[in-house]
Unconditional design. Structure first.
Length: 160
């Protein structure tokens, strides 16, 4: 196997996809976004399967990886459309949490440069119950950070 063979390139791209998916998984867990967590989990498993198939030269695993890559690109296009509110989609719905909770993207309140003003808990609420009044000063809005994450995933998938 040569240093710049197709297999080495595929292994390198799969490793980048794996690192990118793990990073994305962490931030989706922080935001309790269950749909992306499930998608990222499946993606991580299939990328590991693709790495194994590439290293051990298992064509069936590579076929599964290739089919999944097409589905992964489609999912990421949906995420981009969701956060850019294309075609009647709204980023303010609970679609990404399966309507289980009201959590949103972690980047909404913790993006680069964001400043949060917090309203103290009400007398009827619990001690840890905070309601964020506003988030200002963000260098990049959260929806664009989510779009960038999805675009990186698409680019890594298309480079194969």
């Amino acid at each position: 196997m040569g240093c710049c063979s197709g297999r080495c390139t595929l292994i390198f791209l799969c490793a980048l996809q794996l690192l990118s998916a793990l990073e994305r998984q962490i931030f989706d867990f922080l935001g309790f976004q269950w749909a992306p967590i499930l998608g990222n989990f499946l993606h991580i498993i299939v990328v590991i399967l693709g790495l194994f198939g590439t290293i051990q030269f298992r064509p069936r695993y590579m076929v599964v990886y290739t089919i999944w890559t097409a589905l992964w690109v489609t999912w990421n296009i949906f995420i981009i459309c969701f956060y850019l509110e294309v075609g009647g989609l709204s980023k303010d719905t609970d679609l990404m949490t399966f309507n289980i909770s009201v959590h949103r993207s972690w980047w909404r309140e913790h993006g680069p440069g964001c400043i949060r003003r917090v309203l103290p808990p009400s007398t009827h609420g619990l001690l840890d119950d905070y309601m964020y009044v506003s988030v200002t000063g963000c260098i990049v809005d959260f929806q664009y950070l989510e779009v960038i994450h999805s675009a990186i995933q698409i680019l890594l998938s298309i480079c194969l």
